[in-house]
Design a protein around this ligand. Sequence first.
Ligand code: ROI
Length: 164
Amino acid sequence: MRLIAYVGIGSNLDDPVAQVQEAFEELDAIPDSVLVSRSSLYSSKPMGPADQPEYVNAVAAIDTLLSPEDLLTALRRIEDRQGRERGGEKWGPRILDLDLLLYGKKKISTADLTIPHPGMHERDFVIIPLAEIAGNLTIPGHGSLQTLIRQCENHAVKKLITGK
Ligand code: ROI
């Protein structure tokens, strides 16, 4: 069955705007999947250690036939191709982070995969771009996106480039 998966995109190294734009192209090229919407690009203050560059964040919606595990593998391959280095500081800077945020309306909890992505509901750099492409969404276990946005305290995200 086809369903919509949402992917959070973040970068703060090596021309983050270009990294995010390239990630959108790569997401569109995942087998058995089509990129159906892309949010605007936002700049956001780093969550975690403050001594790192600001992030560029965005969210993509993908119509997919892949299982969540296969989709996660595809996301990791894209991170690797764009030069992501693993094993650095826990919340340190990164070339590209692709997080599987939502997979249809499913809740998943395995060793490799927790969906909805833990913490997404309280991260303004995730829920603001997500609301732009899916305003009426409910996050399983956390309620409506609009309510979550109202509860998010300081909106430290700034629109950089309007999406399509
Ligand atoms: N902070 C922001 N603003 N955006 C991110 O995408 C992001 N990603 C991360 C950590 C290091 C937690 N901080 C972030 O992985």
